[in-house]
Design a protein around this ligand. Structure first.
Ligand code: MN
Length: 234
């Protein structure tokens, strides 16, 4: 058997302090998972069940530790925005995972940016249409190398932040997630069986805003030994 066209390369993210890579199967994202960000999006941050959307695996931009990766300003938007998020890398298959056993499915953690065409996202949202044009475009998921949970532990608190050109724009604490990482895994796995290689972007704190060409965007999650993510908009 041979393919009639060359297969696309497997998307992957380096493992921190290693020559190994983590192959990406799917990218799941949680919407509105910090109360203050839900408010700034015009929503009531009551504890409704979490909701999810996806990005394609090849939307990932793997950024090496200590480097700044170029990310292209996307087409067809005039309001391209940053969202810094804790990212969970799944290492063990499971469906209907219990909250109490969810951490056993986590291979590691990283820091990611859920880059967003906000004008398109809002227009689609307001018409009840799918979010792909606003969320699932090329290069919409920059990410740091993945730190194995065997090194980071399973962080439940820690400052999450993002700056643009050195100016702090987003700041929160992953302890303020409306739905914790284990709860998010439990909910998501009710709808999709999770497999090794899945990434989950867990939501962003308040302070999202636009970026333009030339901006340098840095972000991190403190306390678990995760790297700092840095991109340049080109
Ligand atoms: Mn997000």
């Amino acid at each position: 058997m041979s393919y009639v066209i060359p297969p696309a390369p497997i998307a992957s993210v380096p493992v921190a302090d290693s020559t190994d890579s983590f192959p990406v199967r799917r990218v799941y994202c949680v919407g509105r998972n910090y109360a203050a960000h839900a408010r700034e999006m015009g929503a009531d941050p009551e504890r409704d069940p979490p909701f999810f959307f996806c990005k394609p695996a090849d939307a990932v931009v793997a950024v090496a530790e200590g480097s700044t990766a170029n990310v292209a300003y996307p087409s067809e938007t005039a309001n391209y925005q940053h969202e810094v998020e804790l990212v969970v890398a799944i290492g063990k298959r499971g469906g209907n995972i219990a909250v109490g056993s969810a951490n056993a499915h986590v291979w590691g953690y990283a820091v990611g940016f859920d880059m967003t065409r906000r004008d398109l996202q809002f227009a689609l949202r307001d018409k009840g249409r799918p979010w792909e044009l606003g969320k699932a475009f090329d290069q919409s998921a920059p990410i740091t190398p993945i730190v194995p949970a065997s090194r980071s532990g399973h962080p439940t608190a820690g400052r999450i932040w993002l700056s643009v050109n050195g100016e702090l724009k987003q700041e929160g604490d992953i302890g303020d997630l409306i739905w914790s990482v284990p709860e998010t895994i439990a909910h998501l796995s009710m709808y999709f069986e999770l497999f090794p290689g899945d990434l989950i972007f867990t939501g962003t704190p308040e302070g999202v805003g636009p970026v333009v060409k030339g901006d340098i965007v840095n972000g991190g999650v403190e306390g678990a030994g995760l790297g700092e993510l840095s991109i340049r908009i080109v």
